[in-house]
Design a protein. Structure first.
Length: 178
């Protein structure tokens, strides 16, 4: 049996989980998340925990078993604590600002790049750091990845947008001729 899938997910106080139409809805203090689950994995919602089972030991079913359990765990953590990612902007004249429902990035292009902030995600900017917060781990990670994609860090001077904990390998520039 899957090591991840066989562990039950504890339901903390203040969180309600309802299952209907093949989907699981988790409500908590930070919001509501709804996710459709795969039909091959059986989900049992009790008063204090959620248990997961599978009908056979096929490799695909075993993989889904752990995936569904991890997804539900992330939903519970998201509605109680939330998720966040921090990005750092490096480069002369590079900056970011939040205006309404969009994030405006100025990072070496001839024009500023405006990115629409998705529903359920909160973005704040302090000096050269962008903090992305939200209840859905998937939404937070995807938006952070999209922001980084605008100007990934380059290996010669290190300019660009990177995750705070990311290490960028630096390359040596051209050797002087002659």
């Amino acid at each position: 049996m899957s090591r991840v899938g066989r562990k039950p997910v504890a339901i903390p106080s203040g969180v309600t989980i309802t299952q209907k139409d093949g989907a699981l809805e988790v409500k908590g203090p930070k919001g509501t998340l709804r996710e459709s689950l795969h039909a091959r994995v059986k989900v049992d919602v009790a008063s204090s925990e959620v248990k997961f089972g599978r009908p056979d030991d096929e490799p695909a079913t075993r993989a889904l078993h752990g995936l569904v359990r991890a997804t539900v765990q992330n939903m519970v953590v998201g509605v109680t604590q939330g998720f966040s990612r921090e990005l750092e902007i490096q480069g002369t004249g590079y900056r970011a600002e939040v205006k309404g429902k969009s994030l405006n990035l100025t990072c070496g292009f001839s024009h500023p790049v405006a990115m629409a902030i998705p529903e359920g995600v909160k973005v704040s900017v302090a000096e050269n750091r962008i903090k992305i917060e939200g209840a859905s781990r998937h939404q937070v990670g995807q938006f952070a990845s999209n922001v980084r994609e605008v100007k990934p860090p380059e290996p010669y001077k290190g300019k660009g947008i990177r995750y705070v904990d990311e290490h960028v390998r630096r390359k040596v520039g051209k050797a002087a001729a002659g």
